[in-house]
Design a protein around this ligand. Structure first.
Ligand SMILES: Cc1cc2nc3c(=O)[nH]c(=O)nc-3n(C[C@H](O)[C@H](O)[C@H](O)COP(=O)(O)OP(=O)(O)OC[C@H]3O[C@@H](n4cnc5c(N)ncnc54)[C@H](O)[C@@H]3O)c2cc1C
Length: 470
């Protein structure tokens, strides 16, 4: 696609936005612009000219019509917790925040479905459905702040994906605004739908580059009545990673199967000022099992413990109470923030078939050692999804800039050679787009460009994301 010449949001455009939305939904103050300039991706900042907060789909459509008329770029923004720079307004223009689209429209118990707006915080939604005995499993570690719309746009995963699936597995329909301002609806409270191309699933995971999601239909489950958690330390990374497929092979599907390297635990302990069990272990698995039959869970937990000890675990600790499990989860969810606070860093989100976790992990460590960089690894081992955090620490800028990109390329090439891909759940966004050709052929990337053109012929919606620069 040729670069489209964009215009900034001029004072005249901002006046049009005020006339369409009301002055209270149009923000040009320095604080709001600075806030919308960044997300959780490294230390990048691209200030927009204006931030808008429409309160309904008609408002979103009005913004897109104005933007299309003046060729002003629009960047959709949820809570700004993204880790690939998807919400960064890299070409300036308008940031469209969904924070005012924050209603849980309906929790439909008869159909086990919910209808929500995109600005609902994930944890708020989970708690609302749990209050009526239902369960929405996708639980990114950022669930206390991220929005459901952002979860759809990134197809967020999280620990429970190993048993229940990722966000897309729960989305049965959407309403969305196209870049020209047209409103489309697809799917609904439907468990089956093969009526034409699946626009819902095309937009899920499209990182805000095809359409702005304004309403979401989500499938729910009954809440499991029991759960238990095991914490399993190992003396070697290899034994720890090897245990993951061994558990699955035994016919047990945990509701979470997380890998934590020693450094990740140490940094998080220091950050929180709280101890974590087995801090000296080279790596640990955090394993949760859930279901309705306590006896079955107990037997599965014993089987998992046996397998882990057989693979070389040095101990198996059980979190006996709900409070203890929640404490463990709080520690696990804090790792990302803790690692970020440790040093300048670059975060990679590799994913391989889970049985290839051992060669991935060992390969990443070998590449890092050869390039003289420090990596801290943790992630959703049950999904083969390893977060590789590369920490700058006290490296000079020159050495960092010299070592980083070749090391990342090698790690991604390794990932792809193992049958994997370069992002499992954080998306491509702004910071990973140059690596996309490692994963896809030029023909495959051209199909993606054609899809983008079909939705957004002038390229005003979230430009500079996902697809490599031409
Ligand atoms: C500490 C921490 C832990 C995390 N843990 C996990 C994890 O376990 N699993 C995981 O998958 N991710 C995780 N993330 C990443 C992040 O939280 C997710 O990608 C999340 O889904 C982003 O949601 P958001 O509302 O913050 O979206 P933003 O960051 O605001 O936006 C993300 C993308 O979605 C687009 N977008 C937002 N709303 C819409 C909409 N309504 N329509 C169209 N496009 C839209 C934006 O343009 C952007 O491209 C973590 C992040 C942090 C900081």
């Amino acid at each position: 696609m040729n670069p489209t010449p964009f215009n900034p949001a001029s004072p005249a455009v901002i006046d049009e936005l005020r006339a369409a939305l009301g002055a209270a939904a149009v923000h040009t103050d320095a604080e709001t612009l600075a806030f919308a300039a960044s997300d959780e991706t490294e230390d990048l900042a691209f200030p927009p000219e204006v931030v808008v907060t429409p309160a309904n789909a008609n408002g979103v459509a009005a913004v897109m019509r104005i933007a299309a008329r003046h060729r002003v770029p629009v960047t959709p923004r949820g809570a700004g917790t993204g880790l690939s720079g998807g919400a960064l307004p890299v070409h300036g223009g308008i940031v469209l925040s969904t924070r005012a689209l924050n209603r849980i429209v309906e929790i439909d118990r008869d159909n086990l479905m919910a209808v929500v707006e995109p600005g609902v915080i994930t944890q708020v939604f989970q708690e609302a459905v749990e209050a009526v005995g239902l369960f929405y499993p996708p639980d990114p570690a950022s669930r206390g702040s991220c929005f459901l719309g952002g979860n759809l746009a990134e197809c967020a995963g999280g620990p429970r994906a190993v048993k229940y699936g990722v966000t897309r597995d729960f989305v049965t329909g959407i309403e969305a605004v196209l870049p020209n301002g047209d409103l489309i609806r697809h799917g609904g409270k439907l468990l089956k739908n093969v009526t034409g191309y699946n626009l819902t699933q095309l937009i899920v995971g499209s990182e805000g580059t095809l359409a702005i999601i304004t309403k979401i239909y989500l499938r729910l489950l009954p809440v499991p009545r029991h759960r238990t958690m095991l914490l399993v330390p190992f003396d070697s990374l290899e034994a720890c990673a090897r245990t993951v497929p061994a558990i699955m092979n035994a016919g047990v599907i945990p509701s979470a199967l997380e890998f934590l390297e020693r450094d990740a635990i140490e940094i998080t302990q220091r950050h929180l000022g709280k101890p974590f069990p087995n801090p000296g272990a080279a790596a640990q698995l955090m394993i949760e099992l859930d279901g309705n039959d306590e006896g079955v869970i107990q037997r599965d937990a014993e089987r998992v413990a046996e397998i882990a000890l057989g693979e070389g675990a040095t101990d198996v600790l059980v979190a006996e109470t709900g409070a203890r499990m929640n404490e463990m989860w709080a520690l696990r969810r804090a790792i990302g923030v803790a690692v970020k606070s440790e040093s300048n860093y670059k975060e990679e989100d590799t994913v391989v078939p889970r049985a290839s976790l051992v060669p991935l992990l060992l390969g990443v460590k070998e590449i890092a050692a050869r390039h003289g960089i420090r990596t801290v690894c943790y992630g959703h081992a049950g999904d083969g999804n390893l977060h590789v955090n590369i920490l700058k620490m006290d490296m000079s800028d020159e050495r960092w800039n010299h070592a980083l990109e070749p090391a990342i390329r090698e790690m991604f090439e390794l990932t792809v050679s193992l049958g994997g891909l370069i992002s499992g759940e954080h998306g491509i966004g702004y910071v990973q787009k140059k690596y996309l050709p490692i994963a896809f052929s030029s023909e495959e990337i051209e199909i993606m460009r054609a899809i983008k053109r079909a939705f957004d012929p002038t390229g005003i919606l979230n430009p500079g994301k996902l697809l490599p620069d031409p």
